[in-house]
Design a protein around this ligand. Sequence first.
Ligand SMILES: [Fe+2]
Ligand SMILES: [Fe+2]
Length: 192
Amino acid sequence: MTDTERDVVDLLSADHREFDRIFRELEQLRGASGPDVVQRKRELVDEVTIGLAKHSVAEETQVYPLVEKQLDKDEAEHSKEEHAEAEETMKRLERMDAADPEFDAVVAHLIQEIRHHVEHEEGRMFAELRSSLTRDQLVELAGKVESVKKFAPTRPHPMTPNDAGVRRVAGPLASLLDHLRDAVSGRGRSGS
Ligand SMILES: [Fe+2]
Ligand SMILES: [Fe+2]
């Protein structure tokens, strides 16, 4: 298992495929109800939310700044906006009951936002990274992305408490994002 040998494009693309696997399962459950199905939808949404939060913070702190400075300022800005939009959708899902009749529609919206974003990243930004950086630089960047993802708890995940009161104040997603961003900024003081 040599993750260090995977370059950053391989690594981030593998995350994208994993998100899509979860999305496809959610799509199969669309319109279905019953306690088991509702619980499974909740689990899948929480799982993909955690994955997306880690992935997005890693991209925003390790990859986009480099893209912004050296390769494609517009693309970096556009991608950050898309992350912020998806984050709002995920926060909305976090506050919703998975049995809510609107839940599936909001999930479908998130899926559409992320698929669009992934298409953009893979079609433009990743291609630019591959053509502009050396293999060593791409592998080094993969290591940095991995280290950010390690700051986050994986399981048992923080999304499970279904206490709507707690969720409404500062949801687990907001805490997770704060935790990750603090961890990264506290650690990367030496860099620019
Ligand atoms: Fe991505
Ligand atoms: Fe992204």
